[in-house]
Ligand binder design. Structure first.
Ligand code: XIL
Length: 390
């Protein structure tokens, strides 16, 4: 059954309330942690589970705190929340001299009132295509380094001071490595700063001094699936992490976005077999440098998976389980955050559509707010993971 936005909110609220009735939480299965919430299962392995959420107003059909059906899932399953967009420059910086925190403030107030921890995504999203328009066209003047430093420092200081200890972990810089070349992206900001490295170093040093309590994360989307571009991306990220250590840049963890992809119609076991070895070598190298790991944006892109819902959901769940089992084998992995809890609101449907344009099924709950096999796969991965604190 599909909903269109034209259908009344009331009708989906009624249906979804039935779907969320007690006893619909999950399926059976050995070690699945049936009946336990994802946050409780994660806590047993010494970790925290969470999700992104969006801003919304009451009555809006969005994955927001103001949508009672979405909020109910967040409050039951999650310990940590992260804003999907609302802390990005395109939302918080209407101009070079102004800030607008109204949307994130409302989300932060909800999170604090309900006792959630918060992650800050992100102090800087590096690809120019995500900059606010004014920044792309900004004139940094006769002393560009000084002007850019002032702008970045002021941004980090303003955000960190506004939210203080309420934000315990920041994606200080997001996606600075260009996947095709492995080099740092070249943008109006890195050019003004005289290079990518000075820009990143300034961001992390400023974040450390303004939010000394916070975990500082470099976040990126290098993916575990094999493919030429990913090899180059991974090599570039490793080089960046090595550089941070050499220069004494205060970076605590690598954020692995984990938008994992079922992009070819191949058996899950085959994709896993091809991916696992090189991916483990990458993770081993990262933790050997003393970095912690965070899964910051987990979801499963089912673009090429079969149309049949039952088959597709099974593949998505099995693929997720294999990936999470590998990741949870690392005691350096702490937080695990999903990029959304309900398919209905997942960015994946619009970002990278299936040929039939149908809704993607890459989050734990379906469009009618019913738990799916993917939810059980995440539960089972936590339930069987060894505790990171022994
Ligand atoms: C996405 C949001 O989910 C969309 O709503 C928005 O249109 C684009 O950004 N990597 C990231 C996230 O770091 O910030 C992105 O979020 C998804 C990919």
């Amino acid at each position: 059954m599909k909903f269109s936005r034209r259908e009344g909110v009331a009708s989906f609220l009624a249906l979804a309330a039935t779907a969320c009735a007690p006893g619909t939480l999950g399926g059976a299965g050995a070690g699945s942690g049936q009946g336990e919430t994802l946050k409780d299962l994660a806590a047993r392995s010494g970790r925290r589970f969470g999700s992104e959420l969006a801003f919304g107003r009451p009555g809006e059909d969005r994955g927001s705190f103001a949508n009672p059906l979405y909020a109910e899932i967040l409050e039951r399953e999650c310990e940590v929340l992260v804003p999907e967009n609302e802390l990005k420059w395109a939302w918080t910086r209407p101009s070079a001299s102004t800030f607008d925190f109204r949307q994130f403030d409302a989300m932060g107030d909800y999170a604090t009132a309900k006792g959630f921890a918060l992650r800050g995504h992100t102090l800087f999203w590096a690809p120019e295509k995500w900059f606010p328009q004014w920044l792309v066209a900004h004139d940094f003047g006769a002393q560009p380094i000084k002007a850019a430093e002032t702008m970045l420092t002021e941004h980090v200081r303003t955000v960190c001071r506004r939210y203080g200890p309420r934000i315990g972990s920041y994606d200080v810089v997001n996606e600075a490595v260009e996947p095709e070349t492995g080099a740092l992206r070249d943008t109006v900001m890195t050019r003004a700063m005289g290079g990518g490295e000075p820009m990143l170093d300034l961001m992390f040093h400023t974040a450390r001094s303004e939010a000394p309590h916070a975990q500082l994360v470099y976040n990126d989307y290098m993916s575990w699936e094999r493919g030429t571009e990913d090899e180059t991306h991974i090599a570039g990220v490793l080089k960046l992490l090595e550089g941070f250590r050499k220069r004494g840049t205060p970076v605590d963890a690598l954020g692995i976005q984990s938008h994992i992809r079922l992009l070819k119609d191949a058996p899950v076991a085959e994709i896993v077999r091809e991916s696992e070895g090189p991916w483990r070598r990458f993770l081993d190298a990262v933790v050997a440098m003393g970095y912690d790991l965070v899964i910051t944006e987990f979801d499963v892109n089912d673009r090429e998976a079969p149309d049949d819902i039952a088959i597709r959901d099974r593949m998505v769940a099995d693929y997720a389980r294999a990936y999470l089992d590998i990741m949870l084998g690392y005691e350096q992995l702490g937080d695990v955050l999903a990029w959304g809890m309900v398919d209905r609101y997942s960015w994946l449907t619009g970002f990278d559509p299936r040929a039939d344009k149908s809704i993607k099924r890459g989050t734990p709950y379906d469009a009618q707010f019913r738990a799916k096999p993917l939810r059980e796969a995440i539960a089972a991965a936590f339930a069987t993971a060894s505790s990171r604190h022994g």
